[in-house]
Write a protein that binds this ligand. Structure first.
Ligand code: IPE
Ligand code: IPE
Ligand code: MG
Length: 248
């Protein structure tokens, strides 16, 4: 008989000395999950939020320091208006409902992306949640909202040029380290592990600079089915990798 390890058994397999510091996730497949069940796509987004809650909690418990979730891309505005509206509504609902649990779990919240272009009611909810969580010291949860990595890089170039013109830095000072401070992720370590659900083998304009040396884990599982056990499997898989960074 094949023994399916319990969650507890899986957790115990994790080597605490080789944890990814930063995990980034492209949460994909909500729509297909719902369509498979002959439901509206929004139903999949709603179920997807339950996984967000679980994965955030699990990350804190394991001792992950940074978790970055791709929740809405700049390109996602191309979707039908009702779906976009539903996503905005769900985002507000998530922030309102989850803030207490996030607070209990010592989570701080950050955002990356052109969040100033989101509806005002969404921005208000974002600020409110961020304010409540601002003094926490545990997991840094980052939501990528209205995020596009090419835009992020162009924004960074703009800021860097501005500082050069102002004489704050010189062109000679610009290197990978100093440039990366202009990205939205300012002081984050690069993701060690990038997870994408739903089997798509692409990065969809997500953290192009930051994932230069990330280990990539792609699973066929659709995001609403991505449970804690598979998340731990992904971390265990990461722990088996030999990261060379161009060396030997
Ligand atoms: C990911 O699921 C959620 C967002 C992009 C907001 P999708 O909505 O992309 O679901 P699929 O990929 O169409 O199945
Ligand atoms: C990427 O998923 C964006 C998010 C998960 C928020 P998409 O579903 O938008 O990506 P593509 O269109 O399949 O590349
Ligand atoms: Mg998708």
């Amino acid at each position: 008989m094949i023994h399916t390890p319990s969650l507890q058994e899986l957790r115990e397999k994790i080597n605490p000395h080789n944890l990814p510091v930063h995990i980034a996730i492209i949460m994909d497949g909500n729509g297909r999950w719902a369509e498979k069940k002959h439901r509206l796509r929004v139903y999949g987004h709603r179920e997807g939020i339950n996984r967000v809650r679980e994965i955030v909690r699990c990350s804190g418990n394991i001792g992950i320091k940074y978790l970055t979730l791709y929740a809405f891309s700049i390109e996602n505005w191309k979707r039908p208006r009702p779906e976009v509206n539903a996503l905005m509504r769900l985002l507000k609902e998530f922030l309102r409902k989850e803030v207490d649990e996030l607070n209990k779990n010592n989570v701080t919240l950050r955002y990356i992306g052109h969040t100033h272009k989101l509806p005002e009611s969404v921005q208000n909810e974002m600020k409110r949640a961020q304010e409540i969580l601002k003094n926490n010291t545990g997991l840094v949860l980052t939501l990528a909202l209205n995020y596009g990595s090419r835009t992020e890089i162009i924004d960074a170039v703009g800021e860097a040029v501005k500082d050069i013109n102002l004489g704050k830095i010189s062109l000679q000072d610009l290197n990978e380290d100093t440039f990366s401070k202009y990205l939205y992720t300012i002081d984050y370590p690069d993701p060690d592990l990038l997870i994408r659900t739903s089997g798509e083998i692409r990065v969809s304009n997500f953290m192009l600079w930051q994932i230069a040396y990330s280990e990539i884990y792609i699973t066929q599982t659709l995001w609403p089915d991505f449970k804690e056990n598979e998340y731990i499997e992904a971390i265990l898989d990461y722990q088996k990798r030999h990261r060379r960074f161009g060396g030997i």
